[in-house]
Design a protein around this ligand. Structure first.
Ligand SMILES: [Mg+2]
Length: 208
């Protein structure tokens, strides 16, 4: 069967770990030398007084105004190149609202993400070579899943187990959890990978 690969965007293609940590430190939300991962930062910030609001503000900042500081995850360009060689269509399908829930800056999060991709040559033939129409931003998780179905993805790669747990997630789409921290999953039928290099092996090493 011809493969069509769908890929999530936030924390799957792009890492906010460093910018999130820097911004949280600058705002005095976490102590220096504290936990480095996004999860740890989230848990620490949420435990503060008005923590939920502080966490939303922090997210709005790193997904918007400070998006440029976010990092393209290692191995992504090589994976896209392999797919292009193999003529496997790739779509980025992301649940991303236009504006953050707590929005002080007015930055359009979808524009910020597209600009970030442009700067990293996502849409250049000599870069990642992705067609711009292959980037889909959806306003809800339900719409994201509807898009995965409409584009007839055979595989979907996401860092959030919640995506795969949605009852509407199509049963015949292979579920691949991108879990760089190595936390596994208890969801049946989900394949876990820790890196894009591992994903590359998963797709191409045993290919006929
Ligand atoms: Mg994500």
């Amino acid at each position: 069967m011809d493969r069509v690969i769908g890929v999530d965007f936030d924390n799957t293609l792009v890492s906010y770990d460093e910018v999130m940590r820097r911004a949280a430190l600058e705002k005095g939300l976490i102590p220096a030398g504290g936990g480095a991962g996004k999860r740890e930062i989230r848990d620490r910030v949420r435990r503060l007084a008005d923590g939920e609001q502080a966490w939303q503000q922090l997210q709005s900042l790193v997904y918007g105004l400070r998006m440029e500081e976010a990092r393209l995850i290692d191995g992504v360009p090589e994976f896209f190149a392999r797919c292009r060689q193999a003529r496997i269509p790739v779509y980025i399908i992301s649940h991303k609202t236009e504006l953050a829930a707590w929005n002080a800056t007015g930055v359009n999060l979808r524009h910020a993400a597209l600009e970030w991709m442009e700067r990293r040559r996502f849409f250049e033939p000599a870069g990642l070579g992705l067609a711009r129409e292959h980037v889909c931003f959806e306003s809800t998780r339900g719409e994201k899943i509807a898009r995965i179905r409409a584009l007839r993805c055979t595989h979907f790669i996401d860092d959030l187990e919640e995506t795969f747990l949605e009852p509407s997630f199509p049963r015949d789409v292979a579920k691949i959890l991108y879990a760089p921290s190595g936390h596994g999953t208890a969801i049946p039928g989900v394949t876990c990978v820790r890196s894009w290099q591992e994903l590359d092996g998963h797709f191409f090493d045993d290919a006929p």
